[in-house]
Design a protein around this ligand. Structure first.
Ligand SMILES: Cc1ncc(COP(=O)(O)O)c(C=O)c1O
Length: 484
């Protein structure tokens, strides 16, 4: 009996050892197979690529959000983000902060905002002065400048980050449109407003910092944040612009390092902040002791000058203006007014980065301002904008439009059957360049609106024709445009 018992135990022990060996061997095999498998994000990027090849994700179309795809493919948003990065590096897709990721196309949305107005296209996308009205005059002014005896200092390195006389004249430009007169050392010269924005974002934020902007904002701000690795948060807007309550809520939740506001003819909504709202934004910024950038590049378009937000919080606000929209974007002359406490730091930074913007260009710009020509040119552009807005209100009267009577642009709400991206692509197909709301959405929530520039098309009859064509397209259904 004991013998049988022992044999049985030995058999059991044998089976146990065999089983353990088998188990280990299979686990090892599983581990080897696992190690041989590509990482999860590669698997996901292969799935997306297959969907693109099969046309499931059409060229130029928007890809699902990280979260939506993660849910569908049972993975995490971080893995999807890595997959999108891989595909972007391989040139299969394009990603834009605030707008999302798109399947790469020969005619991607990114090419829909374009300068210039080709014969076979109507450009309703770029916000610039109506150049045909300016060019002859500017040409003449430049020739004149070069005929005069030049101040030898214009050819040399200048004191600080620009000649004092140019900084002095720059003050007059900003003051004319609502800024309280600053000290000359507060006024810095930049290569356009964009350079002012990038300078301040570099100086007053660090990687991963949060920047609060209007829920829909100028894409140039989103691009700087994207390149420098800053996060952006969109603050709600109402008919008076950025909402101070939502800004205060954001300060209580996660304090942004910087707030950026476009108070006049906001790009893209065309909202102009009334004085009360300017005071409320200044008060909020003061309460939370934050930095504010006031990008007032369209301030010259206000029917009567409105006080700058900076006037109500001068020690917390940087004010930016430029000649790009009023005179010519090619001149690249911008003015950055800083709190007095920050003046030395900014001058030193500009000096370190570019030494100084070209004194030769600023000399011509200063002549234009000093002689009053720049203000006249700005007024002429404003008069063109008024006429163009009237035409637009007439031709597009059955659609919901937002604009001031002097704005360079319109913010158009699309009829229910359209979404912004598909409308832009359908319009592009008909030779009409308009800008989708997805370019401007800081909070990543697309809305069914597009921005129309009223200034980029040089002739009035062509502008009217472009709007008539646009009105017809707005009345059609996306189904009629088969490629979508
Ligand atoms: C709100 C805003 N800020 C800045 C800029 C850039 O201006 P600049 O050409 O002077 O760099 C633009 C141009 O479209 C803009 O709309």
């Amino acid at each position: 009996m004991t013998y049988v018992n022992n044999a049985f135990c030995i058999l059991l022990e044998y089976i146990k050892i065999e089983f353990m060996l088998w188990y280990r061997y299979h686990n090892l095999l599983f581990a080897v197979f696992d190690a041989m498998k590509p990482p999860k994000y590669i698997e996901i990027s292969n799935i997306i690529e297959k969907r693109i090849d099969l046309g499931q994700y059409a060229k130029g179309s928007k890809l699902p959000t990280h979260r939506a795809l993660a849910q569908e493919l049972d993975t995490t948003a971080v893995t999807v983000s890595k997959a999108y990065q891989t595909l972007a590096t391989a040139g299969k897709i394009e990603s834009f902060v605030g707008r999302g990721s798109f399947v790469y196309d020969d005619k991607p949305l990114s090419q829909v905002i374009r300068s210039g107005d080709a014969d076979n296209e109507f450009n309703l996308s770029i916000l610039q002065p109506c150049m045909s009205h300016n060019v002859k005059r500017l040409h003449h002014e430049f020739q004149n400048s070069f005929n005069q005896d030049f101040d030898a200092r214009l050819f040399e390195y200048a004191e600080d980050s620009g000649l004092l006389k140019h900084r002095d004249i720059g003050r007059h430009w900003a003051v004319k449109y609502g800024l309280d007169m600053p000290k000359v050392e507060q006024l810095h010269l930049t290569n356009g407003a964009q350079h002012g924005l990038s300078t301040l974002i570099q100086l007053y934020t660090q990687a991963d910092d949060l920047i609060a902007v209007e829920a829909q904002t100028y894409p140039g701000i989103l691009s700087i944040a994207n390149f420098l690795g800053r996060r952006v948060v969109g603050i709600q807007m109402d008919e008076s612009g950025m909402c101070p309550n939502d800004l205060a809520r954001q300060f209580k939740q996660e304090k942004p390092a910087l707030v950026i506001v476009i108070p006049s003819h906001q790009n893209p909504t065309a909202i102009t902040m009334p004085t009360l709202r300017r005071k409320q934004i200044a008060a909020t910024v003061l309460k939370y002791n934050a930095w504010l950038i006031e990008d007032d590049i369209y301030g010259f378009l206000n029917e009567t000058p409105l006080p700058a937000i900076s006037n109500f919080a001068p020690e917390n606000t940087f004010h930016i203006s430029s000649l790009s929209k009023a005179v010519s974007p090619g001149i690249r002359c911008g003015f950055l007014n800083s709190p007095l406490s920050e003046a030395k730091k900014i001058a030193a930074f500009l000096r370190a980065m570019v030494w100084l913007p070209s004194p030769l260009l600023f000399e011509t710009a200063s002549n234009l301002i000093e002689s009053g020509t720049a203000f006249k040119l700005a007024d002429q552009q404003k008069a063109i904008a008024i006429k163009r807005q009237k035409i637009a209100q007439k031709v597009l009267n059955q659609f919901e439009l937002n604009a001031q009577v002097t704005s360079y642009h319109l913010w158009l709400t699309l009829p229910g059957q359209w979404n912004a991206d598909s409308f832009c692509l359908a319009a592009k197909n008909q030779g009409l360049l308009v800008s989708s709301s997805t370019y401007f959405c800081a909070d990543g929530k697309p809305i069914d609106k597009v921005r129309l520039s009223v200034m980029a098309i040089d002739s009035e009859p062509r502008f009217s024709l472009a709007l008539k064509n646009l009105a017809q397209l707005l009345d059609t259904s996306p189904m009629q445009h088969s490629q979508f």
